[in-house]
Design a protein around this ligand. Sequence first.
Ligand code: SF4
Length: 353
Amino acid sequence: MIDLADTLDQMTAPGQLVEPVPEKDTLRCLACGHRCYLRPGRRGICQVRFNRDGELRAPWGYVAALQADPVEKKPFAHLLPGSIALTFGMLGCDFHCSFCQNWLTSQALRDPMAADSIDYIRKVTPEQIVAYGQRVGARIIASSYNEPLITAEWAVAIFKVAQKAGLRCAFVSNGNATPEALAYLRPYLSAYKVDLKSMQEKRYREMGSVLQHTLDTIQRAHDLGLWVEVVTLVIPGFNDSVDELWEAARFLVSVSPDIPWHVTAFHPDYKMDNVPPTTVKMLQQAAEIGQEAGLRYVYAGNIPGRVGSLEDTHCPACGSRLVTRIGYTIRSNRVTPQGTCPDCGAPIAGIWN
Ligand code: SF4
């Protein structure tokens, strides 16, 4: 752990999401909803941002993962379907979810079992990342794999170069944002995917956060004009009650019925390896709740080919099938470049061109 901490501490730059507080050399970090109060020498809850002699240091200059993924894997269903999203991640997280599927990178410095993540670190520049994205034909560049809010300054450095190269930029996040972080990111971001992991405060406490922060981020990101999609990993016995799913769906409708809601299947992982996987029936029920609540675009994910048309996009006006998917593969896309249904002309929310 000491090696990893030393290595990561060297790969930092002055943070911008910070404000001074009256106490000498003490800072408040503004990158995520924890708003850590950092005395000199202290680390934030995420462990990767810290106060060095009165200066906030934030992760910089490396990736721990860099992969050309289908945008459907993020998942985004209404952001340039069929495109490649060059996806980068660093190390660390402000949550500690027991079901995390990226725990080796996200729990670096928080869980000794994740110490091997040091082997993933590669020094790189924003220009190299964007040039690689262009070589692989990416139309999108996304920050994911760890929580991007805690490494927002590095993401913005990459997004500035990406934007000039004509790429769209996206965040794949737990939604524990601050208004300051969203305002900082807004000029560069096109799309924001938020995990809504539960509607129970006690579940968010278990993960180390506060439900309202994530609800506020969904509302704020939408109000800022970002394209927002929301994912709920449906975990048996954790967040799968009918009442809770209804509550999540009603909340999303209250923000906008055009927000795509992905209800996705859990597979045992990390510390939650004794919980059974989500069944097709459970996902279908969750999706029906979303549709009945009034959401226009509901998707069932992580069980490709077994959830019928719940992987596809339909026109909310005439019902025509517009995008046909199996897993991350697009079989056909009939949405017009203007973002309308070719059969009835109704607008289809999203970024299509
Ligand atoms: S990113 Fe969040 S957890 Fe990390 S130091 Fe800042 S406020 Fe604390």
